[in-house]
Structures are given as structure tokens and as C-alpha cells.
Ligand binder design. Structure first.
Ligand code: UDP
Length: 238
């Protein structure tokens, strides 16, 4: 008999780069599978799981526009990149036996479902993992904002932001040995101190909707499940 998980419904946000492993670009199937296993182990706890995956491993609107491409076109390319990542994750999860729906903010019926809020909620109630793709469907936004928006719409209890480190530090812990991890921090402090957790519009949206953000290490095996079960190290922004 294991204790009930600390959360019933959560949003997991990962960057596209989390899927590329040690490569400089694209998808690294063993890494996608490893993350899918982490998600499955949480799903096995009975937690309802939403996911948003970025697209930075394939295309970022800002880098496209820096090279002279029209910004909105470049952003649509970035949104399409997130659909590719979502399909890769769906495939990996379904190979593990976890029913998964990819739900796109930009309708592309032959590829995945369009976003219809009530339908997505129903999928979650039926314990299907919902991967929200194509960001918010609007240029000039990021997938951090999309994750916050969908988490609010789906009434998630928290956003889990998987990163390379186990929380938010006062300075970069990779280059500073004396960096100190916050166990909790307010949204306003994150904004004022310019801490790189999520972009400012996502932080402001989370603050206004009282949606806590839990920053944890995606590289720590069992880390996601541990926090859902009420343990582990992380920073909570609230
Ligand atoms: N994007 C967008 N609107 C959205 C979400 C994403 O235009 O609502 C585009 C934007 O160009 C962005 C790209 O999709 O650069 C990939 O998303 P993001 O940079 O958030 O990915 P991550 O950094 O998390 O991998």
C-alpha cells in the first residue's frame, strides 16, 4: 500500500533541448524513451499528466528571425517543431503502454487532435496523458506560456518544470560552487531578480492564476515521481 500522491493533476513542461541528449540538434530516441519512462512511473501512481514540450531542439522563432526570416513565420515554424517533439513523446509513451493524446493549438486533423478544452479534460479523467502541442497557437509566445495557460485551463495543481538542475539557485550552480538553492521563492522575486526559470510573461500568468511552479532535475532518475510522492529536492515558486 503506497501513500496517495501529493498531486492529482499536474503539468510537466520540458524544453525541446531535453530530448536531444548529448547531440546538438533534434531528437535522441533513447533520451525520449528515458523521459517517457519517468512519465510512465508517475502515471502509474494514478496522477493525471499534462505535458508541454518546447521546440528549441529543432527550431526557435527568435533565431530564425535573427537570420532575416519574418518573425511570425519563424514562430509558426517553432510551433510546428513542438508538434514533432510531441509526436515523438507520444510514440515513446505508447510503446510503454501509456495511452496518450497529442492536442494541437493549430488544427492539423490528420496528425493529432485539435484543442477542445472539455475534450482534453475528459482525456485526463480517463487517465490519458495529454501532450499539448503547437504552443499557444500564437506567434510571439513561448511554450512556457503555453504550459502555464494549459495548466490553468486544465485545473492542474502545479507546473513541473524539468531542467538540468534540481531547482533555482541564486547564481548559476554549474559555474559557481557556492551557489545556494532556494527551497521556495515568490513569483515577484523571480521577476525582480531576473532568475531564469521561465520567461516573464509565463511567470506573470502563473502568478495571476495562483499556479505554483516546481523546478526540478529531469536528469535525476525517479526525481519527478519522488516529488509527486512527496519527497525529493526542488524549488517551488509560489
Ligand atoms: N512558439 C510560438 N508561440 C507559442 C509557443 C512557441 O511562436 O505559443 C514558437 C517560438 O518561435 C519558439 C518556438 O515555438 O521559439 C519553440 O518554443 P520554445 O522556444 O518555447 O521551446 P523550448 O525553449 O522550450 O525548447
Amino acid at each position: 500500500n503506497q501513500p496517495a500522491p501529493a498531486y492529482k493533476r499536474v503539468m510537466l513542461k520540458i524544453s525541446g533541448e531535453a530530448l536531444m541528449g548529448d547531440q546538438g540538434f533534434g531528437l535522441h530516441p533513447p533520451t525520449v524513451e528515458r523521459i517517457a519512462r519517468e512519465v510512465k512511473s508517475c502515471h502509474d501512481l494514478g496522477v493525471e499528466i499534462c505535458m508541454v514540450i518546447g521546440g528549441g531542439n529543432i527550431f526557435r522563432g527568435l533565431s530564425g528571425s535573427a537570420q532575416g526570416m519574418e518573425r511570425t513565420t519563424a514562430d509558426y515554424m517553432g510551433m510546428l517543431a513542438t508538434v514533432m517533439n510531441a509526436l515523438a513523446m507520444q510514440s515513446a509513451l505508447e510503446q510503454l503502454g501509456v495511452f496518450t493524446r497529442v492536442i494541437s493549438a493549430i488544427p492539423m486533423d490528420q496528425v493529432c487532435e485539435p484543442y477542445i478544452r472539455r475534450r482534453a479534460v475528459r482525456h485526463l479523467e480517463k487517465k490519458r496523458v495529454c501532450i499539448f502541442a503547437a504552443g499557444t497557437g500564437n506567434p510571439y509566445f513561448t511554450t512556457d506560456t503555453a504550459a502555464t495557460l494549459r495548466a490553468s485551463e486544465m485545473a492542474c495543481e502545479a507546473i513541473f518544470k524539468g531542467t538540468k538542475v534540481d531547482g533555482i539557485y541564486d547564481k548559476d550552480p554549474v559555474t559557481n560552487e557556492d551557489a545556494v538553492r532556494f527551497s521556495k521563492i515568490s513569483f515577484d522575486d523571480v521577476l525582480q531578480k531576473h532568475l531564469k526559470v521561465m520567461d516573464a510573461s509565463a511567470i506573470a500568468l502563473a502568478r495571476d492564476n495562483h499556479m505554483p511552479i516546481i523546478v526540478f532535475s529531469l536528469d535525476e532518475p525517479g526525481g519527478f515521481r519522488g516529488i509527486l510522492a512527496g519527497e525529493g529536492t526542488y524549488t517551488i515558486v509560489h
